[in-house]
Ligand binder design. Sequence first.
Ligand SMILES: NC(=O)c1ccc[n+]([C@@H]2O[C@H](COP(=O)([O-])OP(=O)(O)OC[C@H]3O[C@@H](n4cnc5c(N)ncnc54)[C@H](O)[C@@H]3O)[C@@H](O)[C@H]2O)c1
Length: 442
Amino acid sequence: MTEYRPLQQLPDTAGYRAGDVLVLVGELFGRGYANGLVDEARRIGMTVIGTTVGRRDTSGALRPLTAEEITEAEALLGGPVINIPLEAGFDMESVNGIPSIAEQLKKARPDDFATTSFIEGSIENARAAGTARLRAHLAQLEEELLSRIPAEANILIAHAMAGGIPRARVFMPLLNRIFKGIGDKYLASELFWESPLGRLCNSSFNEVTAETFLYLIEGTAAIRERNTASGARVNYSAYGYHGTGVLINGEYRWQSYTPYVQGFAKMRLEKIASEATSRGISATVYNCPEIQTNSSALFLGVEISLYPLLSAIRREAGDQIAAPLEARCQSMLKEGETVSTLLECADRYLSSPVLDQIEDFSTWPQHNTREQAELMLAASGALMEMHSDQKQLICAELSRIVFLATGRLILHSSWNPPASTLWLNHDVIGQLLADARGAEIV
Ligand SMILES: NC(=O)c1ccc[n+]([C@@H]2O[C@H](COP(=O)([O-])OP(=O)(O)OC[C@H]3O[C@@H](n4cnc5c(N)ncnc54)[C@H](O)[C@@H]3O)[C@@H](O)[C@H]2O)c1
């Protein structure tokens, strides 16, 4: 069990300088956490090298990006992307002519989730084949890195990978019921999690979200040893999630989105960082706040705990920074709605006794209950309703602040991390905005 260790003070400025390299492992979209790291690396003059997960062609085979796709990816990153497909997971692996998991699930019906079965041994065999494929691709990646990065350069190897929902139609209706269902549509996450399809998800999430960090650390041993031998630092970071400390009823308190079933894999990620750290490798998981990205769109309600960031910014960074942001947020609300009523509404949900009974750090992650799901989804809907345009949301603005701020915090903290797992809560994000390194974020 990982100790709750929030980063309480801003890290010292890291020693990375021009010529040092950020290697981003995972693909960059426009509005994800990794954008913050890339932004800070570039701001301090580091070289940024990107990677790709590749694409599946019409036959289902994994392929590198086409010339057109790579040009697009490099334009988005603003730097070179190494074109070796690093997709993780095993849903599409067919071993010895046995149909892949995705293929086996083609005719599965959502209503049968508790009794769906797989060809014996096929999950284990597919998993082993998926791992072997990724490890082979990471070995090619390392060759490229060895030739592109000078031996004296400091390197931050940043893991951003998360995911693993198997690509079969049967999952979407089920996951929608777990994350967004009320009334007849409600589905208890525990019931699903203990079913054959839930166990498959558990295995797949672990493989994509957690084990990839271990394969990456092991698969870059040669460059790590070469560069550290020349006196440079090679550090690893990964994005975790394990609840966040936010302002509730005027006090910073740990809370979590429920039901975060991916949390089991995120705890495995923490363990991988802790084991690597005890072997003398600088590897840190940074547990980050709930924000809206491509990957979090499924988790309706995850954004509720983002609203009180406004109060944390006021408290930590002061009126000069908070006032213009609050004014921008106010302008996104319908007439008659105010930022204060919005914050009261979020606080009512976050301080509700229903959550108090469920959320517990020591037994995290918790499964949903009907009462909690209905309360959360109603609060999420009410908060959205306060906006005048559903395409211009306060949470989008706050998400941008969070991914930019965490990028800066992670990059600097990775130089000399105080623990193998750290929480980046709303307080330290607020503090950063008042620091020279966070100056132009808001
Ligand atoms: N969004 C949140 O609220 C939140 C909160 C805390 C931590 N995080 C973590 O931040 C990290 C970045 O996520 P994000 O929310 O910015 O979303 P994102 O969609 O921008 O990033 C997801 C990343 O996972 C990679 N990925 C997806 N499927 C993969 C697969 N099969 N194999 C290999 N890589 C795969 C993508 O290429 C991408 O780099 C993730 O680890 C996520 O869990 C997110």
